[in-house]
Design a protein around this ligand. Structure first.
Ligand code: EPU
Length: 425
């Protein structure tokens, strides 16, 4: 298996292009199932999870073409042709690789009256049930049964608009319901909807395809169902978590890093937390500049839905404050098991204790390079950040997790002066 080797101690200096957002691109691609016309999506990052979604769509009969974008962000344009969908089953083999596969359920059900999707199991960050997706689809009139590990959703006469009040906020359930409601009969109102920029991006694309959607980006989204949707062209928003990760890479090493192609308004509270940790952040129209001259300082952070501090940046923040002056408190309020990076950071010399969903990080003067590995994407990248300042050499194993969500990570960091290489198995 490939590994990444880092020799710590170099400050980051340079410019990092930010790619399209993985978590926006995945639902956008699923939305192509809603139409028999062609949906063209630009600025799609080249990531393992995107490949998995393309494989899944192809397994349903979707026509797929990809070509390189002209821009410097390294993205691709994916052209999806849903005119010959032949299959409404999403197999276990693909769903088990990526939970976001469940996003095909809403579109398949509303356009074809049926979807069979393997029930996603638990994963490294928690049990992650899909009850909010299923309860919402039932409100729209779907009959749902669980058979042989598969969710079998049926609505032979089509879905009907309804009021869906989510008992708790879910990004994926909001997206699945918005797509299902776009082809339902009548109006659907989603209350307590997720506010994430990726939800707004999906709504914008659906509107381009002819849907009528109001309120995306607020807690109440109204969708007037249409009999058909058309195709269209859309470009994926930049990846705010990739940007947050490299902002923290700049902050942890000192130096100055420019993040090109990111809009500061997508970042929510994460920039404030990076500033509290001792870095200066300048927000330009299409760029963020992060620099640090003084010492790193402790923070108190609790993860929350957007615009709060994202759970997807919690592990990176922990690496950032591992060598800060004082004691930091990081509370994980979204997922029940998202501290898998802690034992590995401790092996690198960090002083971290966990009680329940709260981690206490006592800053230490130095981290030491080590052989490490992690079980999910963000945990893995937090070990890369720790490696950037560790004494000596850090080898991050099992980097297929990184390939799921960070495009050209080694190249982007190496271009800023980091001694980093990928070792091919
Ligand atoms: N939840 C339920 N029932 C459901 C759905 C969710 O109890 O039916 C719970 C989850 O277990 C979790 C909370 O609600 O405790 C929030 O989960 P949400 O549904 O919002 O997460 P998601 O849609 O499965 C997306 C991102 C995640 C990100 C979360 C939270 C995608 C493809 N994934 O997941 O991204 O952590 O929102 O912001 O958009 C990552 O990129 O590393 C990643 C894990």
């Amino acid at each position: 298996m490939d590994r990444i080797r880092i020799r710590g101690g170099k400050p980051l200096h340079g410019t990092i292009p930010i790619g399209g957002a993985k978590n926006a691109a995945l639902p956008l691609m699923a939305a192509a199932l809603l139409t028999e016309q062609t949906l063209q999506i630009a600025n799609v990052p080249d990531l393992a999870d995107i490949t998995t979604m393309l494989d899944l769509l192809q397994s349903h009969g979707m026509g797929v073409e990809t070509c390189e974008d002209n821009g410097s962000n390294g993205g691709r344009t994916v052209t999806l042709d849903g005119s010959r969908i032949t299959r409404t089953t999403a197999d276990y083999e693909l769903v088990r690789k990526m939970r976001a596969s469940v996003l095909v359920m809403g579109p398949l059900l509303s356009r074809f009256g049926e979807a069979r999707v393997s029930l996603p199991g638990g994963c490294a960050i928690g049990t992650r049930p899909v009850n909010l997706h299923l309860d919402g689809l039932e409100r729209l009139g779907a009959k749902i049964e669980i058979e042989d590990g598969y969710i079998h959703a049926r609505a032979p006469k089509g879905l009907s608009g309804a009021l869906v009040r989510f008992p708790s906020v879910s990004v994926g359930a909001t997206e699945n319901l918005m797509m299902a409601a776009a082809l339902a009969d009548g109006e659907t109102v989603l209350e307590n909807a997720a506010l994430e920029p990726e939800v707004i991006d999906l709504a914008r694309c659906l509107v381009t395809m002819g849907a009528e959607i109001n309120g995306a980006g607020t807690t109440c989204i109204r969708i007037q169902g249409r009999q058909k949707l058309g195709g269209g062209e859309h470009s994926v928003i930049p990846d705010r978590i990739e940007a947050a990760t490299y902002a923290m890479a700049g902050a942890i090493t000192g130096g100055e890093v420019r993040l090109r192609g990111i809009d500061g308004s997508l970042m929510g509270e994460v920039l404030k937390a990076i500033e509290v940790a001792g870095a200066a952040v300048v927000v330009e129209p299409d760029e963020l500049i992060v620099m640090r001259n003084g010492p790193l300082r402790a923070v108190e952070v609790t993860t929350a839905p957007f615009p709060g501090f994202p759970t997807d940046a919690q592990a990176q923040m922990m690496a950032l404050v591992a060598t800060a002056d004082g004691t930091s408190m990081l509370t994980e309020a979204i997922f029940e098991n998202r501290f898998m990076h802690v034992p590995e950071l401790v092996r690198m010399g960090a002083d971290i204790s966990v009680r329940g969903n709260r981690a206490t990080v006592q800053g230490v003067p130095v981290l030491r390079g080590a052989q490490v590995m992690a079980t999910d994407l963000r945990a893995s990248v937090s070990l890369v950040l720790a490696g950037l300042i560790a004494d000596g050499e850090t080898t991050v194993n099992r980097i297929y997790h990184l390939d799921r969500g960070y495009e050209r990570l080694v190249e982007k960091l190496a271009a800023c002066g980091v001694e980093i290489e990928r070792i091919y198995a």
